[in-house]
Design a protein around this ligand. Sequence first.
Ligand SMILES: NC(=O)c1ccc[n+]([C@@H]2O[C@H](COP(=O)([O-])OP(=O)(O)OC[C@H]3O[C@@H](n4cnc5c(N)ncnc54)[C@H](OP(=O)(O)O)[C@@H]3O)[C@@H](O)[C@H]2O)c1
Length: 335
Amino acid sequence: MSPLSAARAALRVYAAGAAVILAQLLRRCLGGFTEPVFPRQPGRVAIVTGGTQGIGLATSKRLALLGMHVIIAGNDAEKGREVVRKLKEETGNREVEFSYCNLASMRSIREFVLRFQEKKLPLHVLVNNAGVMMVPQRETEDGFEEHFGLNYLGHFLLTNLLLDTLRRSGRPGCKARVVTVSSATHYVGELALDDLQSRGGYSPHGAYAQSKLALVLFTYHLQGLLAAQGSHVTANVADPGVVDTDLYKHVFWGTRLVKKLSGWWLFKTPDEGAWTSVYAAVSPDLEGVGGRYLYNEKETRSLGLTYDLQLQQELWARSCQMTGIRDQTLDTFSE
Ligand SMILES: NC(=O)c1ccc[n+]([C@@H]2O[C@H](COP(=O)([O-])OP(=O)(O)OC[C@H]3O[C@@H](n4cnc5c(N)ncnc54)[C@H](OP(=O)(O)O)[C@@H]3O)[C@@H](O)[C@H]2O)c1
């Protein structure tokens, strides 16, 4: 990517963020955020990736308060143990645990899934939340560009490895749910199928937006597949808005300064940011409903390109090749 294209990608990402912040500000002025009420979820099991801080932690806490058995998948065991201790204390729910899963390593993801399967638990909700943003150019353990490899491919692999358990756990009228956290930056993302690893030139903004766009395409294709197979599992995208978390630690210092000085007012709190994920995970309004882009606990349209079935299929097929997953699309749609 040329310096000019990289600058354009940065401007587009900042413009998308500014538009969301303005909408949030307007909402705050017009009455603010009202905490939604969710039904209790005893006996149900959830996995939340990146549940040790920020939106993932707030999501895990809310699911634990609703009575769910919550498994936090994260890449810092010490932080995980401390978070579990606190969550148990604050929610009174003893069924909160941490399990190591480095989403930047396919080996680690496979080991996490094997450990989970050994527990013989059902799985009712998978929240694909973990992520990094605008990191310097670097690679995952398997040699993928980090945004694409961790944010997108890590969750692609994790979801596929957990699909059979999700299928067995869903019931008519009480489906299992996959919730994938994307971002408004997907609206300005571009998906270069011939250069998914940004080898032709790296823009941290472009790479982040591409990973979030890929997650939307993945969710829509997954929903199509699940529906065609008649399985009792749904898949939706949650967009948290602009939220005051550590995600911004790699952005330009000027942006960090603005966030530090005015984030408390302009940004959502992690709790507010988690509401859409929790809504997607448990709301009765969404029973049996999949393939939706959810923002502020409502369905909204994602970028037009995300509804392109051919593009969804091509990305899925390439992701299967990159992760070594069998592509179920051909058997499903040719039956
Ligand atoms: N904050 C926003 O304004 C915003 C807006 C739109 C979308 N989002 C999305 O919301 C999600 C949560 O972000 P956040 O704002 O809550 O950021 P955050 O506070 O930085 O949390 C990110 C989480 O992901 C985990 N993570 C990072 N690398 C990982 C790895 N290799 N393996 C496993 N877990 C890993 C982090 O754990 P460690 O710190 O231990 O690595 C952390 O728990 C992300 O997908 C982000 O793209 C956020």
